[in-house]
Design a protein around this ligand. Structure first.
Ligand code: G6P
Length: 750
């Protein structure tokens, strides 16, 4: 290949050269040969002229012919003739070409002329012969013709051209071979030195300076690949609550894990029979619960049940789950003002729309910001009260606690702090509208790990840090150095715990279908399209209802044959944008029902209530299509739950391209929720999809979700946190004993 690459261009260039040079050399050779022949003709003439008196004294013609033949033979000449006027030479050698004639008048000096004769191309030299008496030449003088054969000169020129051509070919071949061998040797040496450098990191002699950056890049890529490989190994293991428990016991045996979230995992209420408890339907809660069960740590959260105080001790602490206690729950109570400023205000009217790209204007009030800070400090106090060591692992959840990492770091410099951002993160331009963006970012960077669902969100965060504060952003390792803080930004796509329907008390698919059909009074033959959400403007509920309206409009054959069941559990209703979307959804549902509904068929069943997890799974198992048309969503676990619910490998998932789960569930019918026509088409596509295609898509999504479950998510985060913990301890030890500090970047890089 290399030979070919070198040889062809080289041969081409040399052939081009030969093409232009060969005619020149030909001309040169011919003119050399001609002058040579002219010289030889002159010599012949001189020797003939010298012996002229002797040669041309009258004698018999036979003798003269013989003499001239002798001259011709000695000189290797074709013809030599003596002319006394025009016509055939008077005397000539025996082989004198018959078609060559003497000029009628003599030239005054020798004349050379090329001519074609019967003998081929010849050079005719015409010499005037001086008058013997006067010693002069005139036009009446006699002449001597010397005829030379030019064939040999032409032959010589052809030969020369041929030799030259062979020479060019030979040179190209030799040059190409030499170049190839030399470059191979050089390349081999270069590869060996680069390989050494990549392996050892030591720069050996002979490694050109300019290749150092390439080799560094290779090293970095290898490191990144190794990291991904480790990550993959963790992900590929089939994680379960038990294996996570073992993992935590083996890897973090002496570490105390304190989790922080706004929502609590258990809510206590009062009934006529006494205390009762429920678990909230929240992706975050279902993700965190197995970790807490496995690590038996402490979970700090805001109380939300009216009997919460009765179920806890005077410090707000109780052991949960209530039916199998194994970890501590510490409840905090917020005042009405705190709820308003912290939860409704800064968190949900400010940060939520700021982070979600859905074009709802965020509201930032200075008083909300202050309350947000106060509530974050309340959580710090709870952590301080709960911490049994100076270096706990503090696992903070979501946008409610953006100021907590800095507070914890100041109080526990050796803690390992992880904050996981369950929602999306904006780009740097959007973040610039947050009046306290610098403080906010600087606080987050006090964490050791800031986790997001996708790499895209990590990139957004790094862009924001780059744009808004003075910090060293390392895009290679996705880390940020800010003052004394060193923070890793990592994607950890959250997932669900694979459901155990027996344990949940969820019946078979057909039983679920029967239950839902009878609960909603549906026609059993009808197809069911399902949506399950909180009533939130980011979920795109109005968009999908409008698309359903358009679908019925365009496909009247489906009228009476399909029902859209939308679960929209009430959420944040004190906030105007939520009240607005609630009204809008109500309005569209009512309008669609009024437009198409008839006796025995309600096109849209809007269920504005909160269902238990087991009930939600009943809906998933009863539906033919599940539609997740979020306008923007960090992950969206409804999509994963629907897939997990379908052990019949049937059902179609329509999934928004703006949800994090669309990165993983690539076999869903992916839609742009803003594109009403596309959304309408996708409903039609889902309702008419054949069983084989449904099965192929569903199987692949189920395999992925089963393997990448929430325990794998937790293991990944805790694994990274545990490593950091160990490194920090080692650092401390080295600092104390040898007064030597191990660079965290070096540690990370290796
Ligand atoms: C999202 C957030 C969670 C939040 C949940 C329910 O999933 O990431 O932090 O708990 O919504 O919202 P709510 O305001 O009812 O807690």
């Amino acid at each position: 290949m290399i030979l070919f690459r070198f040889l062809v261009p080289l041969a081409f260039v040399l052939s081009l050269l030969a093409y232009f040079l060969l005619p020149q050399t030909d001309r040169l050779f011919l003119s050399w040969s001609e002058s040579d022949l002219q010289l030889r003709s002159r010599l012949v003439f001189s020797s003939v002229e010298e012996s002229l008196p002797e040669v041309f004294t009258p004698q018999d013609e036979r003798r003269l012919t013989h003499r001239l033949t002798q001259f011709a033979q000695e000189g290797g000449i074709v013809g030599i003739g003596y002319c006394a006027g025009g016509g055939r030479p008077k005397y000539r050698n025996s082989d004198f070409p018959s078609d060559i004639r003497c000029p009628s008048t003599a030239p005054l000096k020798p004349v050379f002329k090329k001519q074609k004769s019967k003998n081929g191309r010849v050079l005719i030299a015409t010499f005037p012969i001086k008058d013997l008496q006067t010693g002069k030449v005139s036009s009446a003088s006699n002449m001597l013709l010397v005829v030379h054969d030019m064939a040999y000169a032409e032959k010589r020129s052809t030969n020369t051209q041929r030799y030259l051509l062979w020479f060019v070919l030979g040179v190209s071949l030799i040059a190409a071979t030499v170049i190839v061998i030399a470059s191979r040797l050089a390349l081999r040496r270069w590869i060996l030195t680069v390989r050494d450098f990549v392996r050892t990191g030591q720069r050996t002699k002979g490694l050109p300076r300019e290749t150092i950056s390439i080799t560094r890049e290779i090293q970095q890529r290898i490191r990144k690949l190794e990291r991904e490989q480790q990550r993959l190994q963790l992900w590929c293991a089939q994680w379960s609550a038990e294996s996570l428990y073992d993992f935590i016991s083996n890897n973090l045996p002496s570490e105390q894990i304190i989790a922080v979230s706004y929502r609590e995992p258990y809510v206590h209420g009062k009934t006529s029979k006494g205390l009762s408890w429920t678990t909230p339907v929240s992706g975050l809660v279902s993700a965190l619960e197995p970790i807490m069960k496995a690590c038996r740590g402490t979970w700090v959260a805001v109380s939300s049940g009216d009997a919460d105080r009765d179920a806890a001790d005077e410090k707000g602490i109780l052991m949960v789950p209530p039916n199998a206690p194994c970890y501590r729950l510490k409840r905090l109570w917020l005042t009405k003002e705190q709820e308003t400023g912290f939860y409704e205000g800064f968190a949900n009217e400010g940060l939520w729309p700021l982070c979600s790209l859905v074009f709802v204007k965020p509201r930032f009030r200075a008083s909300d910001w202050e309350t947000y800070r106060d509530v974050n400090r309340m959580f710090l106090d709870a952590i301080v009260a709960e911490a049994k060591t100076s270096s706990p692992i503090v696992f903070i959840q979501d946008y409610h606690f953006g100021l907590l990492p800095r507070m914890v770091r100041e109080r526990f410099p050796d803690a390992v702090i992880v904050i996981f951002w369950h929602i999306t993160w904006p780009n740097s331009e959007t973040l610039s509208i947050l009046p306290w963006r610098e403080e906010f970012l600087e606080s987050l960077l006090a964490a050791d790990i800031v986790g997001f669902h996708t790499q895209q969100l990590c990139n957004n965060f790094l862009d924001c840090v780059d744009a808004h504060i003075e910090a060293l952003v390392d895009r290679e390792h996705d880390t940020v150095r800010h003052g004394d803080d060193f923070c890793m930004i990592r994607p950890y796509p959250i997932s669900i715990a694979w459901p155990d329907f027996q344990a949940l008390g969820v019946p078979s698919l057909s039983a679920c279908r029967d239950e839902i059909v009878s609960m909603l009074n549906l026609d059993p033959k009808n197809k069911i399209v399902l949506g399950v959400e909180r009533m939130d403007y980011i979920k795109g509920i109005p968009e999908r209802l409008r698309a359903f309206d358009a679908f019925l409009e365009q496909h009247s054959e489906w009228k009476g044959k399909v029902s859209f069941v939308q679960i929209a559990s009430p959420s944040r209703s004190a906030i105007r944008a939520y009240a607005d979307v609630d009204r809008e959804v109500e309005g569209i549902a009512a309008a669609v029902n009024a437009k198409y509904g008839r006796e025995g068929w309600t096109p849209v069943c809007l269920l504005k209530k909160t269902f238990t997890q087991a009930d939600v799974y009943r809906f998933y198992r009863a539906a033919d299509v599940c539609i997740v048309s979020s306008l923007h969503d960090g992950m969206n676990l409804v999509a994963k739950e629907f897939v997990a619910g379908r052990d019949d490998n049937r059902g179609v998932l329509i999934l928004s391209q703006f949800s994090g789960s669309s990165r993983e569930l690539v076999d869903a019918v992916i839609v742009n929720p803003y594109d009403e026509i596309g959304l309408t088409r996708s409903i039609e596509r889902a309702l008419t999809m054949g069983p084989e295609e449904q099965e192929a898509r569903m199987k692949s999504m189920r395999e992925h979700t089963k393997a990448h479950n929430v325990f794998a998510w937790a293991a990944q985060i805790l694994d990274d946190a545990g490593r950091l913990h160990q490194r920090r301890r080692l650092n401390e030890l080295l600092k104390k004993e040898k007064n030597f500090n191990v660079s965290e970047e070096e540690g990370e890089a290796s």
